[in-house]
Write a protein that binds this ligand. Structure first.
Ligand code: ZN
Length: 246
């Protein structure tokens, strides 16, 4: 079973399409959408409809904080995120909103557990940005392999024999063997709004039979997306950061 891992698409049509075009050339059994299909970007309708189409064809999808905020509470978000949620609410119809609100908190496929932010209280949206957060998420995870998004910057954590999490930034394009005797937590980079200094869309391929994880990048036309962000009247910072990848 080979799974494509897509986190934080964030209504970025060009990035989403670039990743799907790559996947069409790779042998993939199932797509996993790790949340935040919308928010920040200019194409929430397209991305929601494409996500729903993938789910119809067997994709797994979990809810992100931006997806949940469309029909929920956005008061604890920063001003830029809130502005994007207001824009997104105005653009989406009832069907889009029902799809996003109905996404599950978590999903599993074999030994792999999927959640947007952290396995510890999925709806508290804790960022796995360091060792304590990684250890909390790993302890709450029912399997030995968990995959999250939310941080927008790839990282691979492993629990050592002393129960301490150690992590590193994985190199794109290198398949990493995930030893069966160990406990792993992979933070996937973002498809639609990378924050690790590389503007290319980030995604991953998890091969459950071989026990390997590949972090990948797909360059896309972020200039077009940035223009659409500005034309949509969204905060300009949301356009500028696409080119910086930060
Ligand atoms: Zn996000």
């Amino acid at each position: 079973m080979r799974l494509a891992l897509l986190a934080d698409i964030h209504a970025n049509r060009e990035a989403f399409e670039a990743v799907l075009a790559r996947l069409a050339t790779q042998r993939i059994d199932r797509v996993v959408l790790l949340g935040d299909i919308v928010g920040y970007g200019p194409d929430p309708e397209f991305c929601t409809e494409k996500a729903a189409e993938l789910v119809d064809k067997g994709a797994l999808a979990v809810i992100g904080n931006h997806d949940a905020a469309i029909d929920g509470d956005s008061s604890d978000m920063n001003a830029r995120a809130r502005a994007a949620i207001d824009f997104t609410r105005n653009r989406l119809g009832a069907e889009h909103r029902t799809f996003l609100a109905g996404l599950d908190d978590t999903a599993t496929e074999g030994e792999a557990f999927f959640v947007h932010a952290s396995a510890r209280a999925p709806r508290s949206w804790e960022y796995v940005t360091g060792r304590p957060q990684a250890e909390r998420s790993i302890r709450a995870c029912p399997t030995r392999l968990s995959i999250v998004g939310h941080v927008h910057s790839p990282h691979l954590w492993r629990l050592n024999t002393a129960g301490v999490a150690t992590g590193h930034v994985p190199v794109a394009g290198m398949e990493i063997p995930l030893a069966k005797s160990q406990v792993w937590l992979a933070v996937m980079g973002a498809v639609g709004q990378p924050r690790d200094g590389n503007p290319a869309a980030a995604y991953g391929i998890l091969d459950l039979a071989r026990g390997t994880l590949l972090f990948e990048r797909a360059p896309y036309d972020h200039f077009t997306t940035a223009r659409k962000v500005r034309e949509a009247g969204l905060p300009h910072e949301l356009a500028d950061r696409l080119g910086r990848g930060r």
